[in-house]
Write a protein that binds this ligand. Structure first.
Ligand SMILES: Cc1cc2nc3c(=O)[nH]c(=O)nc-3n(C[C@H](O)[C@H](O)[C@H](O)COP(=O)(O)OP(=O)(O)OC[C@H]3O[C@@H](n4cnc5c(N)ncnc54)[C@H](O)[C@@H]3O)c2cc1C
Length: 381
């Protein structure tokens, strides 16, 4: 169900004058690839270091910490509510005279000499709105049930914008046949590597259909893209513990007792048994009897386990959409389209996404704020 039209009729908004671009925003735009590999992006790290979330979200949304303080004086409970971010925004938007329309679909945008005409499909059989500035915040394709069905991409394509092909990101992977279905429910912290491309660390979850958890979601776009490219599937290697090959080799070579003992001290027992089965080593085998090639095989499975993924859960479960409108066609100071004056874009419709951990909200908020200021600046100019 389409719920909310995220098109702001900015003529009605007495927003503050345009500000200089934030250095963080400039850096993010300059470093499109870096945003996709956030560990390497100093600007993004800086943005995230500003946690707690209040600093990032509310300040980004409200413009100033003072505005937030003022609001809290009027309603001290506001931030205790579970949906505090949405509540805060709606509260402020209402005070600024924002009109919201529900069950209204933007299905066409027409540029004019100094006005846009926005065509809505709504209960009234269609409405036209004239606006000097239009902000497009239609999201991507993830979780289509929320109304993000890609029409925003289509609108931008029709306006001549370059669209980098969208793809699901932060989505669980599947294995067909589900080789590890018997381990479903087991979770542990791992290091997951796409050789020469990306290493992620964090939670890993065996599911009935395949693999999930933050580490898997964060690397899933590489698997998805390798499928899209039609080449060989992206190899993904799992290191199940914090210890690397040398440490495991030493432990297995010099340890006493049976082989499963050091394994179950580090990983869940059922996973230890599964790895030993794959290595064709009996769990009760005395460590000192392990032959060198057996030890090597086991060390490999413990530290460079090739994840047998065959597909992904797609947009149905993707938390974010990769691809989108090329950043090179957007002015990072104002988020205004370089192709169409008066058209501003923000959030997931742009070709940028980050890993799990609030990066995508941060992107949507930060670009949303900049677009709002850019659009207001245009109206005032
Ligand atoms: C299940 C799930 C969990 C997530 N968890 C996190 C998380 O923990 N941390 C994080 O940082 N990010 C998370 N994300 C990602 C984050 O929610 C998005 O990146 C962010 O909401 C994108 O904001 P947006 O405003 O660009 O688009 P959206 O939030 O997708 O909003 C787009 C809106 O536009 C409307 N719309 C679309 N087309 C039209 C049209 N033609 N006319 C009118 N309206 C239209 C849609 O109905 C929708 O309401 C999650 C996403 C999902 C799906």
């Amino acid at each position: 169900m389409r719920k909310l039209i995220l098109l702001f009729i900015l003529a009605a908004l007495p927003l503050t004058a345009q500000q200089p671009p934030s250095p963080v925003m400039m850096a993010l735009f300059k470093n499109e690839k870096g945003f996709k590999d956030p560990a390497k992006n100093a600007a993004l790290q800086e943005l995230l270091a500003k946690k707690p979330a209040l600093d990032i979200y509310e300040t980004a949304a409200l413009g100033t910490a003072e505005a937030l303080e003022k609001m809290l004086r009027a309603d001290p409970e506001a931030l205790q509510r579970p949906n505090r971010f949405g509540w805060t925004l709606l509260h402020l938007a209402a005070r600024k005279g924002v009109e919201r329309r529900f069950e209204a679909l933007v299905d066409r945008l027409e540029p004019g000499t100094d006005r846009w005409t926005v065509h809505l499909k709504d209960d009234e059989g269609g409405t036209e709105i004239a606006a000097r500035s239009v902000i497009i915040a239609t999201g991507g394709l993830s979780l289509p049930g929320t109304g993000s069905d890609g029409l925003g991409f289509e609108l931008m394509r029709r306006l001549g914008h370059t669209l980098h092909p969208p793809y699901p990101a932060l989505t669980p992977l599947i294995a067909d046949p589900p080789r590890h279905a018997a381990l479903a429910g087991i979770s542990l912290d791992v290091t997951l590597t796409a050789p020469r491309l990306l290493t992620t660390q964090g939670g890993f979850l065996f599911t009935h259909r395949g693999y999930s958890g933050p580490a898997v979601l964060d690397i899933s776009h590489l698997a998805v893209r390798s499928k899209m490219a039609g080449g060989p599937p992206q190899p993904l290697l799992v290191q199940w513990t914090t210890d690397g090959p040398d440490a495991w080799d030493e432990r297995l070579r010099t340890g006493a007792g049976i082989v499963i003992t050091p394994l179950r001290r580090s990983i869940p027992e059922r996973l230890a048994e599964a790895l030993l089965t794959e290595a064709a080593i009996h769990p009760g085998r005395p460590l000192h009897q392990l032959r060198r090639e057996e030890r090597r095989r086991l060390v490999d499975l413990l530290t460079r386990y090739p994840l047998p993924w065959t597909g992904d859960e797609g947009y149905r479960k993707a938390e974010v959409t990769g691809g989108g409108v090329a950043l090179s066609e957007i002015d990072p100071r104002t988020l205004e389209s370089r192709r169409h004056p008066g058209l501003f874009l923000c959030g997931e419709i742009l070709d940028a996404f980050g890993p799990i951990g609030g990066h995508n909200f941060a992107w949507a908020w930060a670009t949303g704020r900049a677009a709002g200021r850019g659009a207001a600046g245009r109206i005032q100019s």
